[in-house]
Design a binder for this molecule. Structure first.
Ligand SMILES: Cc1cc2nc3c(=O)[nH]c(=O)nc-3n(C[C@H](O)[C@H](O)[C@H](O)COP(=O)(O)O)c2cc1C
Length: 438
């Protein structure tokens, strides 16, 4: 027979998720423990199983009460896992410090878990020194979309993020930067080159345009328009641009302003599949919740993409990670596009973190002219880490060399400038917005 140590050693190589199993005492008090033996048993009827050591207090309570709850822990909840496994000293109550919902059966279910099941005990089977409890699921909730907590080799962990096979680039800044620098005469040639290299390029800002003639004047001579995007601030401008054949219209929304998100949802109705919506200052301090809510609402509306620009260069690598890990999952299947500022030369660090957080689409600027991550820098990084980009890298690098000036402008991105004076923000009827509502 196998010895206990070898048995444990082999089992420790089996990775699992981690749950907190909760149940009730005879007096209605709650009790819970960490368990990784959770398994799905049947879909119809919905059944799950857990396998508990016979001598445990929780084991006795489940048998007596006939109910149990399963809360699936997220990657940031190792401390909860430790506490419910009795590994934390001096814990008055395993439940304190967390928010709990009471299920139909009366058990406590962890609000911040990835999801939970509320179960009634249906069967129990002997399993050596354990008992296999099978529960019928009476209620469940997928509460959060994030990465799970894992347990492997007696340690807590999480999924190592894999890099994608392919990432796409679009240039949202070169035109604004050239115009701001008084180099408008270079715009047509540069943008045509960027498009020819296979990258989408924002060719104009239509956020002040009021007539079809004006719109035509700004984008008319440019081809191929389907590879281009334009900035708009209302539906009328979006319709004008799309009628001219522009591939994508870009709206800019402050996610902190619910009225602007509402206005964007109205504006994209019927044209969502050709609309990219920017959420300005997405990486700002204390913005996580409003940004995630806006991402969720826009994703439900089926917009072509949601763009998270590091408008003011305020993103730190950790904030990029915190937002993107959640936002990518919430937006799915709508792709997220991320525009990163190169402040303190941290742009590529943040780009790697974005890639590892599941981002596949980037807004960059040729030669980093507006302070964003330079297109050619990101291309080199992607080459180094074996991520394909459907662009002609040689052509973009050559174009970048052509537009680069000796001094690198570390200041505003076009969006920053626009956001500062409110010009391009979607018209939500507020006093500081411009343009007629479409
Ligand atoms: C990651 C992890 C997974 C665990 N999974 C189980 C399990 O599936 N079944 C079990 O009986 N104990 C499991 N344990 C051990 C219990 O959590 C631990 O014995 C707990 O203190 C029992 O609580 P109780 O004595 O209050 O009932 C696990 C511990 C850890 C750290």
């Amino acid at each position: 027979m196998i010895d206990a140590t070898t048995f444990r050693d082999v089992m420790s190589q089996w990775p699992s998720g981690v749950t907190v199993v909760t149940t009730l005492g005879a007096d209605g008090s709650r009790h819970g423990m960490t368990a990784s033996s959770f398994s799905s048993v049947s879909l119809d009827p919905p059944l799950v199983s857990i396998c508990l050591t016979k001598t445990l207090y929780t084991h006795r309570l489940i048998r007596d009460s006939g109910v149990f709850g399963i809360s699936v822990l997220a990657k940031d909840q190792a401390e909860v896992g430790r506490r419910f496994a009795g590994m934390e000293k001096d814990v008055a109550s395993r439940f304190s410090g967390e928010s709990w919902t009471t299920g139909e059966t009366g058990v406590a279910l962890l609000d911040s878990a990835l999801g939970w099941f509320d179960c009634r005990l249906l069967h129990e089977y002997p399993g050596g020194d354990h008992t296999i409890f099978v529960g019928e699921v009476v209620a469940g909730r997928a509460a959060r979309r994030s990465a799970p907590l894992l347990f492997h080799s007696r340690g807590w962990g999480q999924f190592a993020d894999v890099l994608p096979d392919v990432a796409t680039l679009s240039d949202g800044g070169v035109v604004g930067a050239l115009v701001d620098a008084g180099r408008s005469e270079e715009v047509v040639e540069v943008t045509a080159g960027v498009a020819a290299a296979g990258s989408r390029v924002r060719i104009a800002d239509l956020s002040r345009v009021r007539s079809a003639e004006e719109a035509r004047g700004l984008v008319g001579s440019w081809a191929p328009l389907d590879a281009a995007s334009v900035l708009v601030s209302d539906r009328r401008q979006a319709d004008l641009a799309l009628a001219l054949g522009v591939g994508t219209v870009e709206l800019v929304v402050d996610p902190g302003r619910r009225d602007q998100v509402d206005a964007a949802l109205v504006a994209v109705d019927g044209i969502a599949a050709r609309t990219a919506v920017h959420l300005i200052s997405a990486f700002g301090v204390e913005r996580l919740d409003v940004v995630l809510e806006a991402v969720q609402r826009l994703a439900r509306a089926g917009v072509a993409e949601i763009v998270l620009p590091d408008t003011a260069g305020s993103a730190t690598p950790l904030r990029v990670r915190a937002l993107l890990q959640e936002a990518v999952a919430i937006a799915r299947p709508v792709p997220l596009r991320v525009g990163l500022h190169d402040r303190d030369r941290l742009g590529l660090v943040k780009a790697i973190i974005a890639l590892k957080s599941g981002v596949r689409h980037f807004d960059t600027t040729l030669a980093g002219l507006d302070g964003s991550v330079a297109t050619e820098d990101l291309i080199r990084l992607l080459e180094e880490v074996d991520v394909d980009t459907p662009v002609d890298p040689g052509l973009l690098i050559e174009l970048a060399r052509g537009v680069r000036r000796p001094e690198r402008d570390g200041h505003s991105t076009t969006l920053t400038t626009l956001a500062k004076n409110g010009a391009a923000l979607i018209d939500a009827g507020g006093p500081e917005t411009v343009g007629a509502a479409g």
